[in-house]
Unconditional design. Structure first.
Length: 223
């Protein structure tokens, strides 16, 4: 689907002949499966990397403070469009340009984060795919409660992720409704993951919900 948005953003008449350029910006490096699916979608729409399309792959490698500089670097390459993965990358690209088209992916609440004006009419130079990550937060807490009626819940989150605060708020609202308490454990880097899990085990945690972030690739973990 992101490849379809990209096709609409690329200059016409470039599916054969001279190459055009696009940029890919992410906080963590994209998963190989996502990269392969992206390239396949482009091929199905007439664009082949290395033949009539050049892609500038840029990853902050978990250091989200680098995203603004990487977005500026892609613009200096004069790319025709920028594809982003995750809310932080989308915000960095949006702040970097109001002209170059941007296609975002893996953003739970683009309206709430100020990335687009509305889902129906994004406005400006940006569009993309919104997932239901935020809306499903309450459902995850409910499912944990149904699986283990008597439990304590820990939410593992990266404070640098723009979705951290709204996701925690949704989890706390759902937990209060179910008579549960949600405690927060912050993980800013992959090196902090093991101590965080040990801390949760010390609390005799029965269930944990893990927010997708630059350092943690899994969505939910139960023990």
């Amino acid at each position: 689907m992101s490849a379809l948005f990209l096709r609409r953003s690329l200059p016409r008449g470039r599916r054969s002949g001279r190459s055009t350029g696009s940029g890919f910006l992410g906080a963590p490096a994209p998963l190989p499966a996502n990269v392969n699916a992206f390239r396949q979608g482009l091929r199905e729409n007439g664009y082949v990397e290395g033949r009539n399309l050049l892609i500038g792959w840029r990853s902050a490698e978990g250091q989200e403070e680098r995203l603004s500089g990487l977005a500026a670097e892609l613009l200096r390459l004069n790319v025709a469009v920028i594809v982003t993965e995750g809310p932080s990358a989308a915000l960095a690209a949006k702040n970097a340009t109001a002209v170059t088209p941007i296609v975002f992916t893996f953003v739970s609440d683009p309206v709430g984060l100020g990335i687009v004006a509305s889902l129906a009419r994004p406005g400006g130079n940006i569009t993309g795919l919104a997932n239901l990550g935020l809306e499903l937060t309450a459902k995850r807490v409910q499912l944990l409660k149904e699986a283990i009626p008597s439990l304590s819940v820990v939410m593992l989150t990266d404070p640098a992720n723009p979705m951290s605060a709204p996701t925690l708020k949704e989890a706390q609202i759902a937990a209060r409704r179910l008579g549960l308490e949600v405690s927060l454990v912050e993980v800013r880097h992959s090196s902090e993951l093991e101590p965080a899990l040990a801390k949760s085990a010390h609390k005799r945690t029965l269930a944990m919900t893990v927010q997708r972030s630059r350092s943690v690739r899994v969505l939910d973990y139960e023990r």
